[in-house]
Design a protein around this ligand. Structure first.
Ligand code: CU
Length: 457
């Protein structure tokens, strides 16, 4: 038996009395659990209701509930939060129950769910349950299906989780502001039959973006497309927890995109398939192998792969500017430009001016240059072989032999078997094959290319 107290303790959750909400509602509202840090909290098995295997929210947690006459009751609190986006940078955001993204809500297909939403923001809000089948009046669109939830008030949503799958929640009130401020969360409805769609490890991650000037704390909320922070569960690399799996595990990653652009997510080392979307499960016969899955704006994708090769494998957005730290937009290319003298001159006028790399940007991470306070590490993930030279939407899938089933701890860096790491060649370099000779002939004539020998493709 897990007592309610133990449940909260095990979940690493600080329980906060509902009395903070309102005296009248205190007697009937479930506790509003809250979270104070960005560490991943692996949820305990469900204390009551139908069984399921919980998902792991990277750098996040799942919201506890109480059972009330067979109804699962949750309490979401929309409120200002402080989120550590990566070590060295915190942001003043809006979120739910202490963090951005809000806690993941996990239920089982067929559950009747009641969600109390308390608004502690300075403006009205609502919650839209993205992807759910529910009564129209529970869909959370301010003005269209309900009045907005004014500051200080609590509304109730109630519906049956009809369909197993992957969903989100986010405001449908002043959306541009509220989503730019980090208001979003995951919803997973587990299948009634546990054997359906079962995997060994099930991770959830929301892609979000922010526009926060280096040295400041609050996002610009009128930015439309030019965001400068590309985040996974409101964290950036190297601040994102690893995706841990045992060799041979079937791994699912449920990815939702609440940014204003698409993200082609690329998995190294494995082949993955889209097994579901926010619209439902993809039939087996309709799946195909990919190493890059594009997640469009507002879309959700369940991707699955067999983690059959041990190692440290990158999983990242393939837009290279989404794997950068806090770059500005107005940085000119400086490759090949000798800057030493000019930097000294500029520094007399602008002490904090930094030169951008003249041999590329790869050396930015290792520069010991002063950067403004509260700025993301710039391409500064330290790996076992040096600087990883990426930030933003980058994760590491860590596959290890013989990991216990419920072990999600960071196993450290992969120990490569002898002879399996790329290495510097110090011997004689083999002669590079010569390019085929080209006879350019007269202008306007076809190029004559000598046939390569011994190759026939
Ligand atoms: Cu991207």
């Amino acid at each position: 038996m897990v007592s309610r107290r133990d449940f909260f303790k095990n979940a690493g959750v600080l329980a906060v009395g509902a009395g903070l909400v309102s005296r009248v509602g205190a007697a009937s509202l479930p506790e509003a659990a809250t979270m104070d840090g960005p560490a991943t909290k692996a949820p305990p098995p469900p204390p009551n209701g139908r069984p399921y295997r919980p998902v792991i929210t990277l750098n996040g947690w799942s919201l506890p509930w109480r059972m009330n006459n067979g109804v699962k009751e949750f309490h979401l609190v929309a409120e200002p939060v402080v989120r550590e986006i990566a070590p060295g940078m915190k942001a003043n955001l809006w979120g739910y129950n202490g963090q951005s993204p809000g806690p993941t809500i996990e239920v089982v297909e067929g559950d009747r769910v009641r969600i109390f939403v308390t608004n502690r923001l300075p403006e009205a809000t609502s919650v839209h349950w993205h992807g759910q089948r529910l009564p129209s009046g529970m869909d959370g669109v301010t003005g269209l299906t309900q009045p907005a939830i004014p500051p200080g008030k609590t509304f109730v949503y109630e519906f049956v989780a009809q369909r197993a799958g992957t969903f989100m929640y986010h405001p449908h009130a002043d959306e541009m502001t509220q989503m730019a401020m980090g208001m979003m969360g995951f919803w997973v409805t587990h299948p009634r039959n546990q054997a359906d769609h079962s995997v060994d490890r099930d991770y959830v991650m929301l892609l979000s973006s922010y526009d926060i000037d280096p040295g400041t704390y609050t996002p610009r909320v009128n930015t439309m497309t030019e965001f400068n922070i590309w985040a996974v569960n409101t964290r950036t690399f190297p601040g994102i927890a690893p995706i841990v799996a045992a060799t041979g595990d079937r791994v699912r990653m449920r990815i939702g995109n609440l940014t204003m652009t698409n993200h082609p997510m690329h998995l190294h080392g494995f082949s993955m398939e889209v097994t579901g979307t926010d619209g439902g499960w993809v039939p087996k016969s309709a799946r195909w192998p990919e190493t890059v899955v594009d997640i469009g704006v507002g879309q959700m994708r369940n991707v699955e792969f067999i983690a059959d090769v041990a190692g440290d494998w990158a999983f990242h957005c393939h837009k290279s500017h989404h794997t950068m730290g806090p770059m500005g937009h107005a940085v000119p290319t400086m490759i090949g430009v000798k800057q030493d003298d000019i930097v000294k001159k500029i520094n007399k006028l602008v002490p904090e001016y930094m030169a951008m790399g003249d041999k590329g940007m790869g050396d930015m991470g290792s520069m010991q240059m002063p950067i403004p306070d509260n700025t993301l590490p710039m391409m500064d993930g330290q790996g076992p072989f040096g600087n990883i030279e990426m930030g933003g939407m980058v994760m590491v899938v860590k596959v290890r032999d013989g990991l216990p089933r419920n072990d999600y701890r960071d196993p450290g860096w992969y120990q490569h078997p002898k002879g399996t790491v790329a290495y510097e060649w110090t011997g004689e370099v083999p002669a590079a094959p010569k390019a085929p000779a080209v006879d350019s002939g007269k202008p306007g004539l076809e190029l004559k290319v000598r046939k390569p020998q011994g190759h026939n493709h």
